[in-house]
Design a protein around this ligand. Structure first.
Ligand SMILES: [Zn+2]
Length: 317
């Protein structure tokens, strides 16, 4: 199966924020520090990939041919960069199984997230399925929740029982916020998706209805960065991640965003996430994007790469 735009959209990721070449992927030394990647995606083992997979930023080719090989390539890339933990959610097909397959492959490395949407195209899984998975510890995160692609906000009544369940089980929620790939609303999957629904301020009603929720604003709500900061100010139970923008945006643009968050005082609320999607090498590109940020201290890098996620996701150090 060729991977068309529709398949890319099904990731729920925010693929291709930026077009054009990104400059200066300066080599950074492989860090000795440990890293947690809070924004990873898995595909069913039998899903056929376009071959070769070509990285849209670097043009690098990967020989992986299917979901199973993609998983192995991602694990190899994680080992290379000392990414010791990953929060992974399914991006296609049986999304819950795609994620738990990665946990079965390497139980100490992965936490499974429930990738859910709530559209006609991709309906929410039965509540009982998630209740059992949370109770069993098979799934430890509710997310990536791609409500924006369904034309909804997290405050929609449809998500309420799921948020109540997450709150009851102390399961963190990871929500897609910010933007979507060009053309998303014209795709049959997502005709009700709207740009404005990526604004993080739409999470406020859900946060007040479920005050014990821990919420990760994936992609840090960019380009609604001021609104992200406004939510971070008011809600101490909210963090953000660097997914997709760390490697898809031109590096100066990403550094500007990261710098604004850190300079505003939220260096302990930003978590490293790659959102590598089909491209395992995007994990390393994302690591380098943080490593090369000239304004970060070593302590801030350690927080972003590991400590903040360990606290938020309650991962033992
Ligand atoms: Zn996303």
């Amino acid at each position: 199966m060729a991977i068309g735009r529709r398949d890319l959209l099904k990731l729920g990721g925010a693929a291709v924020f930026a077009s054009g070449a990104s400059s200066a992927f300066a080599a950074a030394p492989a860090p000795s520090r440990r890293i947690i990647d809070v924004h990873m995606h898995a595909y069913p083992a039998a899903t056929a990939f376009e071959n070769p997979i070509v990285n849209p930023i670097t043009g690098a080719r990967s020989p992986i041919r299917n979901g199973a090989e993609h998983m192995e390539a991602c694990i190899a890339e994680m080992k290379r960069w000392n990414v010791v933990k990953g929060v992974v959610s399914g991006g296609d097909g049986d999304r819950l199984k795609a994620a738990t397959d990665w946990v079965d492959r390497d139980p100490t490395r992965f936490l499974a997230g429930a990738g859910v949407r709530g559209s006609d195209d991709t309906p929410l899984p039965p509540l009982d399925t998630l209740r059992k998975a949370f109770a069993d510890g098979r799934i430890k995160v509710l997310g990536e929740v791609t409500s924006q692609y369904a034309g909804l906000t997290l405050g929609d009544a449809k998500y309420d029982p799921y948020l109540a369940l997450a709150e009851a089980f102390d399961i963190p929620v990871a929500l897609h916020t910010g933007s979507m790939p060009g053309g998303t609303t014209f795709d049959p999957c997502c005709r009700t998706a709207r740009a404005r629904l990526g604004n993080p301020e739409y999470v406020e009603e859900a946060l007040n209805k479920h005050p014990k929720l821990r919420l990760n604003l994936m992609h840090a709500g960019w380009p609604y960065l001021q609104e992200t900061i406004s939510i971070l100010m008011v809600y101490p139970n909210v963090n953000v991640d660097t997914g997709a923008m760390a490697w898809l945006l031109p590096r100066p643009a990403f550094h500007d965003i990261l710098g604004q968050l850190v300079k505003a005082g939220f260096g302990k609320r930003v978590m490293f996430g790659s959102d590598h999607m089909f491209w395992p090498d995007a994990i390393g590109l994302s690591v380098q994007a943080i490593e090369t940020a000239p304004f970060l201290t070593e302590e801030q890098k350690q927080d972003i790469f590991f400590n903040n996620a360990a606290t938020f996701y309650k991962i033992a150090a």
